[in-house]
Design a protein around this ligand. Sequence first.
Ligand code: FES
Length: 199
Amino acid sequence: MSDDGTNSGRRRFLINTTSAIGVAGVAGAAVPFVGSWNPSAKARAAGAPVRLDISRIEPGGIMGPIPAWRGKPIFIVRRTEEVLDALSGMADLLQDPDSEVLEQPEYAQNEHRSRRPEVLILVGLCPHLFCSPTPHIELQPEPFDQEWKGGFFCPCHGSRFDLAGRVYKGSPSSRNMQVPPHYFEDDNVPVIGLDTEDA
Ligand code: FES
């Protein structure tokens, strides 16, 4: 990644943070809550784990992008049964449906790319040149895809990702979006940046 690519990607992330949070509000998403024991912003940027409260994300809702783990934006989606069913029929449309080019921890190398099927946690950066994709999480036609089944669209060069962060065929990105290491302290409190409590 060149300096130019990095910097322009970061600029786009800052711009997109505002607009995508607006989208999240429409979808019924929560305001992110960061636990009180969490490290400072400086420590988080250096890689310290981050604990989030996702209790206010309703089914079908999204939180993010939140500048969180290692300063990267994070998306959290609470998927419905309808969305999970749609993921099962996507394989022919995707470049790497089984996530064989690893962009997730071992425990998330499954069709849902998550520890818990209903909760998707993604780094909100497009693997092509690191723009911030915009979430379009409803299963309805969009201008860029009349058969859209929900997911993320990168406005920079048109990469499309499904609601597991898997990239569509024909996209400039050759990789799926990254799933960060994480574990659940309880049902509504994921800790981003660690695989287990004991790590
Ligand atoms: S940076 Fe997303 S498609 Fe190029």
